[in-house]
Design a protein around this ligand. Structure first.
Ligand SMILES: *Cc1c(COP(=O)(O)O)cnc(C)c1O
Length: 362
């Protein structure tokens, strides 16, 4: 590949000394389990009172939901077009995901369609700040307030994004982050975190991830093992210092892509008063599969996020949804393609991508 989709090697080269030193420090101290200093730094970065590091983003979602009291018999509203982890976490608490179609411009859950999905079993809304752009939180919070629903944000793609001046992850009761290596803030393995202002919830999540315990061998309830390990925390502390600069570069690349591609395909649009951190740069074309073959042939990596909307995924067949009820999410699924996007793309890379899309998109 001439242009990588994400380039973790290039990123490592640019922070190698800092990262090696940080990992070396953990190896010296043998502080392998837990990562309190990163938790404190990340809480401060987001503007949350507490941050609890956990094993991965899916666990963060599941644990935040479980500790917020969601369980069997509850319905939880979320987006039809997200990575399956959002819905899996709902399912693993025993609650039922209720999918809502997305907005055709922002690709985020359409607030205008949420109320129709609310029943007397609805307990929560889980907006996903998809592709790095915050969901439309003002109307979502208004609906949640009106119907007394919990809001838990899926921030796996939106580290550092803002909505009306506030960071994504500071609107709901809890915000769940993934630090999977390819995310905007990525560890060198699996990692995740929950940010919240609610001290009791933070304590409960920490206990759940440590076998129902906060005093060794005193188990108040049946928990699991899901903690942020020390080496990952050290890597994340280093990378957090670079995150805003990397996001700025992503935004700059998106601006160049938009400029070069706006006449050949549907380019992403950023809402007003929003910082879209472009975890993914997604365009729509009429000849998606053909374009992807063309890009691959030209040495340009690309992907689809996501090829199947969750209501029509085999994993959720038992819920009995129909594609017709999700005209936007199901309609775009065979038009969307994600172009290379990361903080180490050069202007030459960007020019190559633009030329290749221009010569292949219909
Ligand atoms: C990556 C991702 C997750 C899951 O995170 P993991 O760390 O891979 O478990 C959840 N939701 C969304 C939207 C994601 O992109």
């Amino acid at each position: 590949m001439k242009v990588q989709f994400v380039d973790l090697k290039a990123q490592y080269q640019s922070i190698k000394d800092e990262v090696n030193e940080a990992i070396g420090g953990i190896l010296q101290s043998c502080a392998f389990v837990n990562s309190r200093s990163f938790e404190a730094e990340f809480a401060q970065y987001i503007g949350s009172r507490h941050c609890v590091g956990v094993g991965n983003g899916t666990a963060a979602l599941m644990m935040a939901m479980k500790c917020s009291g969601l369980g069997p018999g509850d319905e939880v509203i979320t987006a039809a077009n997200t990575f399956i982890a959002t819905a899996e976490a709902i399912s693993f608490t025993g609650a039922t995901p209720v999918f809502v179609d997305c907005d055709p411009v922002s690709y985020n859950i359409d607030p205008a369609r949420i109320e129709a999905a609310i029943t007397d079993k609805t307990k929560a809304i889980v907006p996903v700040h998809l592709y790095g752009q915050p969901a439309d939180m003002d109307p979502i919070m208004e609906i949640a307030k009106k119907h007394d629903l919990l809001v838990i944000e899926d921030c796996a793609q939106s580290h550092g994004a803002t909505y009306r001046g506030k960071k994504a992850g500071t609107f709901g009761k809890a915000a769940c982050f993934s630090f999977y290596p390819g995310k905007n803030l990525g560890a060198y393995g699996d990692a995740g975190a929950v940010a919240t202002d609610d001290e009791a919830l933070a304590t409960e999540i920490r206990k759940l991830g440590d076998h129902g315990s906060n005093v060794k061998y005193q188990h108040d309830f049946v928990g699991i093992n899901s903690r942020l390990d020390g080496i990952q925390g050290a890597v994340l502390s280093v990378k957090l210092r670079h995150l805003d600069k990397w996001s700025d570069r992503r935004i700059e690349v998106a601006r160049m892509y938009n400029e070069g591609l706006k006449d050949v395909c549907v380019v992403p649009q950023t809402g007003t008063d929003v910082r879209h951190v472009f975890h993914l740069y997604v365009i729509q074309v009429n000849n998606r599969d053909e374009l992807m073959a063309h890009l691959t042939e030209q040495g340009i990596a690309c992907g689809i996020h996501y090829p199947v909307a969750l209501p029509v995924s085999p994993a959720y067949a038992d819920l009995g949804y129909h594609a017709e009820d999700f005209p936007v999410a199901c309609g775009i699924a065979d038009k969307i393609v994600s172009l290379p996007m990361h903080g180490d793309l050069t202007d030459e890379d960007v020019a190559l991508v633009i030329e290749a899309v221009k010569s292949g998109a219909r």
